[in-house]
Design a protein around this ligand. Sequence first.
Ligand code: HEM
Length: 526
Amino acid sequence: MRFAFVIPLFSLFFVLVNGVPVPEDIYRLALFFLMTQIEYCFINMESLATPRRVERDYAVLLVLGASTVALLLSRSKGPLPPGPMALPLLGNLPQMPRSEEWNTYAEWAEKYGDITYLTIFGKPMIILNSLKVVRALMNERSANYSNRPYSAMNEFCGLTWILTNADGEAHRIRRSVVQRYFSGLAAVKHRSHQQDEARVLANNLLKSPELIELHLKGHAASSILLGAYGFRVEGAKDSLVQQMDETFEHGNRFPGFASFLLEKIPAMRNYPRWMPFSGFRAYGDLVTRIFQAIRADPYERTMKLIASGKAAPSFVSTSLDDLAAETSLSDKEREERVELIKDCACVMYGAGTDSSTATMGTFCMILALHPEILKRAQEELDKVTGGERLPTFDDERDLPYIDALFWETLRLIFRDPTVFTNPDQFRPDRFLGEKGKQCRDVLTLVWGMGRRACPGRQLAEASLFITMATIASCFDITPKSTDPLPQLEFSSGFIRRPKLFPVNITPRSSKWKEILEREVLPAVYS
Ligand code: HEM
């Protein structure tokens, strides 16, 4: 019983220092008590006979107690937001949803409120579950909450140059370079090639509608590469698109245990290559090399096109022109600026392609499931174009229903019933009229907030709008099988991708087939 006093004393000490314990602390405390009890029995049963053993066991107990105190005090001061109870070491890993994570997060929101606190292998994270807290943290306290958590893996693979990974000053410089060319008025410059690309997509869908997935991806890739590098790709099978895909796959395939160890012990990045189990060093070299290649290769393609006079104006060519005009720079400064241009151009492809492809895929599946919505969209388009031509950006202000259709497609991930009544229903009308303004205001969240908000927003909005208008104006889209009617399902992950079901895509009439053949363009750039 000599150690029984430890329990209440320790509890008092803990509450004084750390405040009211959260469930995770109670769990840790329980573990600590268990350890003291085991140690107590151990001392009583084995050590009483020899005083030296007693001393040794006291020492063991002291070390154990001190480390537990350190562990308990490692929790940041002040109460943490509530969340599901975490296990030692694993944290909340076993409770993390494997699919349709938004449902679990919604359940947690009901149980724990607007902010849910989790840990995974000791790494804390929070889930923000209401617009109010997202705005309060990401917008109003953007300076505090816009950095990425340190990632030893990113450093190990040489990926700190990527805008989405960069922090502080490196992030600020890259963002301002990107925004100068892709946001605000500058985004308008891209409209002509965005309209062309919408028509190239229509042409591809006319010729081989069954390849819709590849066509959508090729379309997104070309639209962004044209803006960033000034060249288009020959569809999703283009070597560059494949190279980009493989790069991201390689990044994802990095051995999980090695990345866990690296995050826990960053010094592992210097683990000698001649030692056993050093395979992860070679894998790190490979990932570094292939990421460097996708940074350098498209840039080289642009340089060749510029040299041959065939490059369309782009972020790279314009930035190089601006650089050439700055005569006061030293050679070193000039080299640094070129590296910065490479950094910024490369990230646009990675950040923009999948999100745009997923949005257009969702749009096509929605049209197949809601013929009444497609019909209404076509009626509006016909009123503006006279049913005689494809839409252009000049028609934009006369197409409020197409605009609402665009917003409702993006809205599908927003399910707050207090803002979007019956969130399971696809209803573009919610974005029309006075009430529509409030819905749009909320939906700006889809582009993120604060210093990390999407710098490709205007580019994406314009490209998606003209592509949706073009596809809706000339095609009928129906599910290949209607018994049973397919459901629109999404895969889980960082980007919510629709699972495409087989659809028929046919010109609305023989007149529309003629219009398409007359107006759609083959590849218009090199
Ligand atoms: C449907 C289309 C798109 C959606 C929904 C979308 C959404 C987002 C969101 C929510 C973020 C913020 C992520 C965060 O908080 O960390 C983001 C960041 C970003 N987006 Fe987009 N995006 C889209 C298209 C694009 C396009 C077309 C481009 C480029 C051409 C682009 C470039 C970027 C970049 C570079 C970032 C990182 C910004 C930073 O870390 O400072 N996005 N996007």
